[in-house]
Design a protein. Structure first.
Length: 132
């Protein structure tokens, strides 16, 4: 069984992150957070692990914790539009609309063809024509 095989793997950063992804896929966000924190403890400069933890913290209602992780991810990988998008969504959930708009625009600047990013900027700004 796959679960038993996972238990035999060493708890290195990559395997911890993989277990976090599996837990997240099962809807066990608390366990996912634990695994992503273990991955980060071993590889603190991995932006993806930070983003994964942030996403799971957000789902659990820890928006401020998610914002902290997404901020770290954007500092580590500033050219990743997805990290900026996640940060924008979290900031908006925290009632920080102006900051959310700035981060959403940054995501769209990095990936101008991304329809999700366009939609978020439109929703946050109320503008349909984003050329303004």
């Amino acid at each position: 069984k796959a679960e038993d095989l996972l238990k035999t793997l060493p708890e290195d950063a990559g395997n911890c992150a993989m277990r976090g992804e599996i837990s997240e896929g099962k809807g066990d966000f608390a366990t996912a957070c634990e695994w992503f924190m273990k991955a980060i403890a071993q590889d603190q400069k991995n932006a993806q692990f930070r983003s994964d933890l942030g996403r799971n913290l957000a789902v659990r209602g820890n928006i401020r914790g998610a914002i902290e992780q997404f901020n770290k991810a954007t500092r580590m990988a500033p050219s990743n539009g997805g990290y900026w998008f996640n940060l924008a969504v979290a900031l908006n959930s925290d009632g920080r609309a102006e900051e959310a708009i700035e981060r959403a625009r940054k995501a769209l600047e990095l990936e101008p063809a991304n329809e999700r990013y366009k939609k978020l900027v439109q929703e946050l700004t109320g503008l349909q024509d984003l050329s303004r």
